[in-house]
Design a protein around this ligand. Structure first.
Ligand SMILES: *[C@@H]1O[C@H](CO)[C@@H](O)[C@H](O)[C@H]1NC(C)=O
Ligand SMILES: *[C@@H]1O[C@H](CO)[C@@H](O)[C@H](O)[C@H]1NC(C)=O
Ligand SMILES: *[C@@H]1O[C@H](CO)[C@@H](O)[C@H](O)[C@H]1NC(C)=O
Ligand SMILES: *[C@@H]1O[C@H](CO)[C@@H](O)[C@H](O)[C@H]1NC(C)=O
Ligand SMILES: *[C@@H]1O[C@H](CO)[C@@H](O)[C@H](O)[C@H]1NC(C)=O
Length: 432
């Protein structure tokens, strides 16, 4: 199976995020929250969260029950002006920005979108410190598993680290597919970054053997983890999982090698299921595989759903993203499907965290959805190019570099530091 990377062409169906939300959406969201979140929320302060996400689990870092200092919820906050941005690099100082995300190179006229930083409500999010990051990951490896938005975060990380050191690309040592799989090695730190292409996490194939188009059906084997990642994942210390946008295309769902239903396949003899059904099962299968892989000792992050911001039409009907500033919380209108994608994946992550804990595995959230909902200005729109790209389509799914996606790696560093303290705390306990 091979997917080609053609910029936003590969993303079958973004949706608009700007339509008015009917009241019932809030009711559904609130019902979901009541069912899944409230017990974890008792300690939150009075500020009503924009997106009341279930992230403050006192045990997210394995710390709460041990009486260590409670961590700040870095994912609830707001964007504040940062006039001297971009904070870390430009298209001139980092030469690893790919054309699809190199918005300045391709003529994006405004720069204000690079001049904001995320301010958590309860604390400060430190600037990304490349040296500190590299020391923390010395001798280790990170895999980004998922689709091209996950790769987008990897590209951001490469540029954030480039102020200290450039990696050597070692992809060809492992694979001839150097588009969908990439491996970078930092010799001075014996540190590896990889991207493993798996836009569904489960085994998938084109229903039409001659390839796929925007609206062709993909077969998903919902109970089989995609070997593109699962066959080689045990050697990684950190695994960042993320999927989403491929689930809006027509899908045929298999379990036990039998068709059990489909999404948008338009076959009357096949049961219609929602894409949330497949999305949930894909996470469940992926997380269960990780828990059951005996040699896997890594820390798993679910990077939550990254919202698209098409306005003025759907992704293939002239939709675009021309804004140049973040939304304020008052301006923000969120489509129901984003909440549903989010809660679906977070519920599966919680179940995995519980199972994983039994054998000492950590499953954490890189909970970017709320922050990124506020950044309609962060996408390439028409200022990202790739050779095969149909330029009449805007890319409101990926994120410009530099840009707000750099914040994801600030979050990541913060969490790695938290993890380091946990390990230290555990060591202390062992010694005591
Ligand atoms: C960087 O962007 C500027 C526009 O801001 C452009 O003139 C320049 O050619 C770009 N340089 C590279 C190396 O992409
Ligand atoms: C580099 O890290 C790997 C684990 O990722 C380890 O097996 C190896 O011994 C390390 N090499 C050196 C030279 O420290
Ligand atoms: C797993 O890694 C090995 C090399 O370490 C490579 O030969 C193989 O193709 C990889 N498997 C997959 C499914 O990517
Ligand atoms: C549904 O019907 C079509 C033709 O009408 C057939 O090709 C297909 O195999 C059927 N699918 C199932 C799951 O029975
Ligand atoms: C590009 O996309 C537009 C809008 O979907 C479509 O009308 C046009 O035919 C496409 N062009 C090519 C060359 O695929």
């Amino acid at each position: 199976m091979k997917f080609q990377f053609h910029g936003p062409v590969e993303l079958p169906n973004g949706k608009t995020t700007s339509t008015d939300i009917p009241k019932h959406v809030f009711q559904i969201a609130i019902a979901l929250i009541l069912l899944t979140v409230i017990p974890l929320f008792i300690n939150r302060n009075s500020h009503p969260p924009l997106m009341p996400s279930p992230k403050i689990d006192s045990d997210q870092y394995g710390l709460g029950s041990r009486g260590f200092e409670k961590k700040c919820d870095i994912f609830a906050g707001k964007w504040v002006p940062f006039p001297r941005g971009p904070a870390y690099y430009t298209n001139e100082t980092c030469n690893l920005i790919i054309d699809q995300q190199n918005c300045m190179k391709f003529g994006r006229p405004d720069t204000e979108f690079q001049k904001w930083r995320w301010k958590p409500d309860e604390c400060e999010l430190p600037l990304f410190d490349a040296l500190q990051f590299l020391e923390l990951v010395r001798g280790k490896s990170i895999a980004f598993v998922g689709d091209s938005v996950g790769r987008n975060q990897m590209q951001s990380l490469l540029c954030l680290l480039a102020s200290v050191v450039y990696p050597k690309e070692i992809t060809e040592k492992y694979t001839s597919d150097n588009i969908n799989f990439k491996h970078w090695f930092y010799a001075d730190y014996n540190f590896t970054i990889s991207t493993l292409w798996s836009p569904f996490l489960v085994k998938a194939s084109d229903a039409d053997p001659s390839g796929h188009s925007y609206n062709s059906i993909m077969n998903l084997y919902l109970d089989k983890a995609d070997e593109a990642w699962s066959a080689n994942i045990t050697k990684f210390d950190y695994v960042i999982i993320s999927i989403g946008h491929w689930f809006f295309r027509p899908l045929m769902f298999y379990e036990n090698n039998q068709i059990i239903g489909c999404y948008k396949c338009q076959q009357e003899n096949v049961t219609a299921l929602t894409h949330y059904y497949g999305y949930r099962k894909a996470f469940r299968t992926a997380f269960r595989s990780l828990v059951s892989l005996k040699d896997y000792k890594g820390m798993t992050f679910l990077r939550t759903f990254s919202p698209a911001h098409f306005e003025n039409g759907d992704w293939n009907k002239g939709g675009n993203c021309v804004r140049t500033r973040p939304f304020t919380k008052e301006e923000l209108k969120v489509d129901q499907y984003i909440w549903e994608m989010y809660f679906t994946q977070v519920e599966e992550q919680r179940a995995a965290a519980k199972e994983g804990r039994k054998r000492g595995l950590q499953f954490s959230l890189l909970d970017i959805t709320e922050a990124m909902l506020l950044r309609p200005d962060g996408h390439p729109n028409h200022y990202g190019h790739s050779p095969q790209r149909n330029m009449t389509l805007a890319d409101c799914v990926h994120w410009c570099l530099p840009g707000p996606i750099d914040t994801w790696n600030e979050f990541l560093l913060y969490m790695l530091k938290g993890e380091a303290q946990t390990t230290f705390g555990r060591k202390l306990q062992r010694i005591a």
